[in-house]
Ligand binder design. Structure first.
Ligand SMILES: Nc1ncnc2c1ncn2[C@@H]1O[C@H](COP(=O)(O)OP(=O)(O)OP(=O)(O)O)[C@@H](O)[C@H]1O
Length: 244
């Protein structure tokens, strides 16, 4: 395994090479896509509707059985996925959802800690229907992170939440990622969300990477000139006027 001068591994957490995927004979959704994500790196994936974002995420998550043989996909062993809906099991209490399938005598304790980390201490015995949409997504994040994933895949996880809850969830997700340091691939329609959260924003078009930009820490603040510049660049690539 390759290492840098400090002895740290320089292997990417995710390596995708020449990935192709099509569902019909008249054209591909992914058309020879290449992508690397470093360990601990937070990548946001944007692109027009139907450009293959979810198709790529499903392929990385191992949810697309037919993708094998259409390119190279290397992902770590420990991968967690979060979707737009929490996918909590309605017949299990919140803590039981979070630790479902976890092994070890300390599973319950780890689940409690994860719930505390996402701000749901005291709600362990609640049923999913007793939580708000935002709280359900918090529980879904706890369920993902308690597994200490090396890769967290998130497909529009805040898409169904109101604007204020979304902002709170952004702060929470950043905090959780800084504490646990998984590599992250977040699919979002929201360019602002991408810039606020990610170390890198990737724009897919026609099934390949069209734009790949790094976001410096200071650019994450909406009042920063760099934020506005990045926003207009990305909106322009998406074919939308920045002041629209
Ligand atoms: N299982 C499937 N069977 C047939 N077509 C599919 C399947 N999954 C995706 N597609 C098609 O592949 C294309 C890309 O879909 P995908 O969901 O990856 O796009 P997306 O970029 O995530 O879009 P959106 O932003 O609207 O969610 C679409 O035209 C979609 O209809």
């Amino acid at each position: 395994m390759a290492t840098d001068a400090r002895g740290l591994t320089t292997e990417p957490a995710v390596r995708v090479r020449n990935l192709h995927r099509s569902f019909t004979s008249d054209g591909g959704v992914l058309n020879g896509l290449d992508l690397d994500i470093a360990p601990g790196e937070f990548v946001a994936l944007i692109g027009r509707s139907g450009t293959g974002k979810s198709t790529l995420l499903r392929a990385l998550a191992g949810l697309d059985r037919d993708v094998a043989g259409y390119g190279q996909i290397d992902v770590p062993d420990a991968v967690s996925v979060v979707f737009q809906d929490s996918r909590l099991l309605p017949w299990k209490r919140i803590l039981d959802n979070v630790v479902f399938g976890l092994r070890g005598a300390d599973a319950g304790e780890r689940g409690r800690q994860a719930l505390a980390e996402v701000g749901l201490a005291g709600r362990e015995r609640a049923w999913p229907y007793q939580l708000s949409g935002g709280e359900q997504q918090r529980a879904a994040l706890a369920r993902s992170l308690v597994r200490e994933p090396q890769l967290l895949l998130a497909d529009e996880p805040f898409g169904a939440l109101d604007a204020l809850t979304r902002i709170r969830m952004h702060v929470l997700l950043r905090k959780l990622c800084e504490a646990h340091r998984p590599a992250v691939l977040l699919v979002t329609h929201d360019v602002d969300e991408a810039i606020v959260l990610a170390d890198r924003v990737i724009l897919l078009d026609a099934g390949v990477v069209d734009t790949d930009v790094r976001v410096e820490l200071e650019n994450r603040s909406r009042s920063d000139a760099g934020f506005a510049a990045l926003r207009s660049l990305l909106l322009d690539r998406l074919g939308v006027a920045a002041d629209a």
